[in-house]
Design a protein around this ligand. Structure first.
Ligand SMILES: *[C@@H]1O[C@H](CO)[C@@H](O)[C@H](O)[C@H]1NC(C)=O
Ligand SMILES: *[C@@H]1O[C@H](CO)[C@@H](O)[C@H](O)[C@H]1NC(C)=O
Ligand SMILES: *[C@@H]1O[C@H](CO)[C@@H](O)[C@H](O)[C@H]1NC(C)=O
Ligand SMILES: *[C@@H]1O[C@H](CO)[C@@H](O)[C@H](O)[C@H]1NC(C)=O
Ligand SMILES: *[C@@H]1O[C@H](CO)[C@@H](O)[C@H](O)[C@H]1NC(C)=O
Length: 328
């Protein structure tokens, strides 16, 4: 029952730099907080590329505590705390004077995390996109890279047993129908789940990286490396790459890999300001995933749609066709 899953790469150009309200803090110290509102502040990484704070969901009066790419106009979310429980205006995330880190609703009810993380000396939004909570010895008590949602970023590693969960829909961040897990035998698997039980159905993608005869030849880490490659590292140090080509040097692109709500595990690249044209896009394909056929269609007024018409993916008897369209 293994079917191919698509690995798609889409990219689009930055239009404009975007003006934001943000405090460029290296370390977030005790006693600081952020309150959810339309013009709430955020905590930026030193480079200004990532920010941590509240984002409104669509046109609803609800907010997610999130991390996003702050220099991309769309403010693409790469992590969210409370996808299953978005909170209204007036919610607050704080690092209390006595070292507790928590998100509370407008009536001071505790929303996330459960239990509250205590013993925190400072927090930091790092340039990698990892938001960390550290104790007084700078030992990490919690980090967003070790509590992923649907996305991983360059330098992030998934260990055995760790997983990503898709969201419900593009605009609903509740836990959705698909998961990606690095299984104990060293196989990377994508599979649908039943909600709310999270019963795992048969995988629709399995990496061929488990070797029962020779455990050293089995996968042990999924590494999204700095060059924008996603690799399975085997216990013997060998590497099986899922992405055998990248578009361009990672210094020119923002990357993320997301388990999309439709079950596609997708690598996205977004040119940083001033980077070149998306020429080599069509060259991206890879060994373990079916190669999508990618068409670039020029539209009027500077709009380019990147339409990916891909192979059919079969999931629980249903055919899903992927169409991605991004505007410049
Ligand atoms: C953040 O705080 C820790 C502990 O006090 C310190 O070691 C580190 O240098 C600080 N980082 C920055 C960028 O200020
Ligand atoms: C998201 O979808 C779930 C499940 O369908 C639903 O219970 C929830 O209310 C939705 N969330 C929002 C913010 O619309
Ligand atoms: C899995 O990988 C092994 C070598 O590591 C290879 O011999 C085998 O043919 C592969 N199986 C599939 C289904 O690709
Ligand atoms: C990332 O992985 C690719 C493919 O395995 C490899 O060619 C490249 O050297 C790696 N980059 C870094 C920075 O490790
Ligand atoms: C890389 O992808 C191309 C195109 O799908 C394929 O022909 C080639 O064999 C792949 N190379 C490796 C090393 O997997």
């Amino acid at each position: 029952m293994a079917f191919s899953v698509l690995h798609l790469l889409a990219l689009y150009l930055i239009v404009q730099p975007f003006c934001v309200h943000a405090a460029q803090t290296a370390n977030i110290s005790l006693g600081l907080s952020l309150t959810a509102s339309d013009n709430s502040l955020s905590w930026q990484s030193p480079s200004g590329e990532f920010a941590f704070g509240f984002r409104r969901i669509g046109d609803q009066d609800l907010f997610l505590l999130a991390i996003w790419y702050d220099k991309i106009p769309e403010k693409t979310l790469v992590w969210y705390a409370n996808g299953d429980n978005p909170t209204p205006k007036g919610s607050k995330v704080e690092l209390t004077k006595d070292g507790n880190f928590r998100l509370t609703g407008p009536r001071k009810e505790e929303i996330w995390p459960q239990p509250v993380i205590s013993g925190v000396a400072y927090a930091a939004m790092l340039d990698s996109g990892n938001f960390v909570l550290a104790d007084q010895n700078s030992a990490l008590l919690w980090q967003s890279f070790k509590d992923p949602r649907d996305t991983i970023l360059p330098t992030q590693v998934l260990e055995i047993g760790e997983k990503l969960s898709s969201r419900q829909t593009a605009s609903n961040y509740s836990k959705g129908k698909f998961q990606l897990q690095f299984k104990p035998d060293g196989t990377l698997e994508l599979y649908p789940i039943a909600l709310p039980t999270e019963f795992e159905y048969d995988a629709y993608y399995k990496s061929n990286t488990s070797d029962a005869a020779d455990k050293l030849n089995s996968g042990y880490q999924l590494v999204f490396n700095e060059s924008g490659h996603i690799n399975i590292v085997l216990r013997n140090g060998n590497i099986v790459t899922l992405t055998n080509k990248t578009v361009s040097p990672s210094r020119d692109y923002y990357y993320r890999a997301t388990l999309d709500f439709d079950g596609l595990f997708t690598l996205y690249a977004y040119p940083k300001k001033g980077a070149g044209h998306p020429g080599p896009l069509c060259g991206l394909s890879q060994k373990t995933f079916a190669s999508p056929s990618i068409q670039l269609e020029r539209r009027a007024a500077g709009h380019v749609d990147i339409t990916v018409t891909a192979d059919l993916m079969q999931t629980q008897g249903q055919f899903v066709i992927a169409f991605l369209a991004f505007l410049l």
